[in-house]
Design a protein around this ligand. Sequence first.
Ligand SMILES: [Zn+2]
Length: 280
Amino acid sequence: MRVQFWGVRGAVPTPSIEYLRYGGNTCCTAVSGAQGELVVLDAGTGFCQLGDALVSGPFGQGQGEMVLLLSHTHLDHILGFPFPGMIHCPGNLFHIYGPDSTRGSLTAVCNGLLSPAYSPVYSLENISARQAFHTINTQPFQAGGLTIRAWPFPHGEHMSIWAYRITEGDHSLVYITDVRYTSEQIRTDAIALFADADLLIHSAPYMRDESVQNHSHCCVEDAIDLAQAAGVRSLMLFHHAPGRTDDQIDTLLAHYRTLLAQQQSPLHLEAAREGPVIEV
Ligand SMILES: [Zn+2]
């Protein structure tokens, strides 16, 4: 599999110059399989740049097909969805998986994003590409040669997110963002989902001493502890806090790499940034 980040920030885009080395778009990650399958994780503002890149291929000719996996429907994970040209190109097909919520079905919530109060698109009916919405559940399913398994986790007290494990042959990656580990059982579930993954993409917007005031997100230490417990090979810190400059992310990364080296941990630690293609 090949992984490319198109948006790595949480909450709001950060277009100022001190954020551009890691990138200023909100969450969007593309995974491509050996047979050309395209699976996209979340549709934050990075989804627009992904669309720009795809339009030179089948998506520009109405022949594109994508599986879009939504972790949840907070704005930083869906705001890019209605904007790229590929969404308005007849013939393109988007299989959209995500959770229903207490505020309505996945389709209703996405439709709400386009209501006249928020958008000149007005409704999903005015999007020309074909859309197939699927409420996510824990049953594994296929996208070509990729096997996808989803599992729910808490995002604070009133909201859930869904994590996704994608496997191709002997290789697996896990994507989990906006999680808050609220019990030992939740941690056990996470370790089971992460087990022996080659790559774990994990939100880690705060360090432990910063997260005291935040009841919806975990911290870097949680991500590292669970990655080590699960035997993950490489941990990619993701969903960077919007106020964290590139230089501060460098400093954070260096700090935790030093701690891992002191522990003689085999875990490889990186921070997600827009652009480079990663082989898994
Ligand atoms: Zn988020």
